[in-house]
Design a protein around this ligand. Structure first.
Ligand code: ADP
Ligand code: DP6
Ligand code: CO
Length: 331
């Protein structure tokens, strides 16, 4: 009753922002992301009849109450489905900063979904696995697949048609994503709380809803054409629009720091010099710069000059979730 899984993070090009159902994690809008090769989580789950509660270790340390409770609530749904009422030890290693806007909840819950369902004896089709991952963190449903992935929001109340579908394989459209680290501390407003406050209080949220499905269909068109310029323009626009909704919330909030804006400006300056680079940010201050692989060194060199930039990770489209041989990858 033990299994280990590895899942990569993803960066949204069209953002998931807002839930229509908070317990089933059903989104207001469909979204589209690219899974990244550099950042990932490895999670081992072992169900054991001797345990009297779930135990969660994150990066070698016993996790705090809030993170443990979220994992335990999640395992409850898996136990119920599998009709096996056993507690588990979960050991997870994030090869990505936790809760800093690098999508640790995506790789974390995709790896947990795969390891926990396998350990409890379920053999799921990827589409079912994507739905299970969604219950842990919405963005996790996209990390089941590699490459470019769409999360179709679905229309049903039970969530049975809300899951991710692969759009392009990781080798089908080579792009570079430079993940620019400006801060690694845990964010004050978690994605979950941030989108809830925005949906409930921001007058700008309706503007998001009115335009996001159009952005998505344009982005899918750009993928079909392998049109990087179109992809970058839409992704940058969509990211700015999502972040703008948080400024209208009550109380207002934003995820940017001054270094975030310095990177954004540097990217726009590069474009005026004729280098094709675009930015996007998830719920955090760190910036992901999109460019073509042939420009990645040039873009890296320019970003490196910004004093507030701590580190730059050069990422490319990466693979979907995998089960690792138990024992070998124990963490
Ligand atoms: P991020 O930008 O990193 O996705 P979120 O606000 O979406 O930040 O989610 C952060 C939360 O995700 C953490 O507080 C924790 O509860 C959960 N999380 C992160 N990594 C893992 C992991 N490896 N296993 C289980 N839960 C995780
Ligand atoms: C801005 O999937 O982390 O990164 O479903 O509440 O766990 P929960 O939120 P999460 O939200 C991600 C928001 C985003 C955009 C995106 O990844 O699509
Ligand atoms: Co997240």
């Amino acid at each position: 009753m033990k299994a280990t899984a590895k899942a990569h993070t993803n960066i949204a090009l069209i953002k998931y922002w807002g839930k229509r159902d908070e317990s089933l994690i059903l989104p207001m809008n469909s979204s589209l992301s690219v899974t990244l090769d550099t950042f990932y989580t490895v999670t081992t789950v072992e169900f054991n009849e001797k345990l009297t509660e779930d135990v969660f270790f994150l990066n070698g340390e016993k996790a705090d109450h809030t993170d443990t409770e979220r994992v335990s609530n999640y395992l409850r749904a898996i136990r119920k489905f599998a009709k096996k009422h056993l507690f588990a030890v979960v050991r997870s290693e994030n090869h990505v900063p936790t809760a800093a806007g690098f999508a640790s909840s995506a790789s974390g819950y995709a790896a947990l979904a795969a390891a926990a369902t396998k350990a409890i004896g379920l053999n799921l089709h990827p589409q079912e696995l994507s739905q299970f991952a969604r219950l842990g963190s919405g963005s996790a449903c996209r990390s089941i697949y590699g490459g470019f992935v769409e999360w179709q929001k679905g229309v049903k109340e039970d969530g049975s048609d809300s899951f991710a579908v692969p759009i392009l394989h990781e080798d089908d459209f080579p792009i570079a994503v430079l993940s620019v680290m400006v801060a690694t501390n845990r964010k004050k407003v978690l994605s979950r709380a941030g989108m809830k406050r925005t949906v409930e209080t921001s007058p700008f949220y309706q503007g998001w809803l009115d335009t996001v499905e159009h952005d998505l269909s344009e982005l899918k068109h750009a993928l079909e054409l392998r049109d990087f310029t179109l992809l970058g323009e839409i992704a940058e626009r969509n990211a700015l629009k999502m972040h703008a909704t948080t400024l209208g919330a009550n109380p207002p909030f934003y995820y940017w720091q001054s270094a975030t804006m310095e990177v954004m400006e540097a990217v726009q300056n590069m474009r005026s010099q004729g280098i094709e680079a675009y930015f996007t940010m998830d719920a955090g201050p760190n910036v992901k710069v999109l460019c073509l692989p042939e420009d990645e060194q040039k873009v890296y060199d320019q970003l490196k000059q910004i004093p507030s930039v701590k580190k730059i990770f050069t990422c490319h489209p990466g693979p979907g979730v995998t089960i690792l041989p138990t024992g070998e990858a124990d963490v």
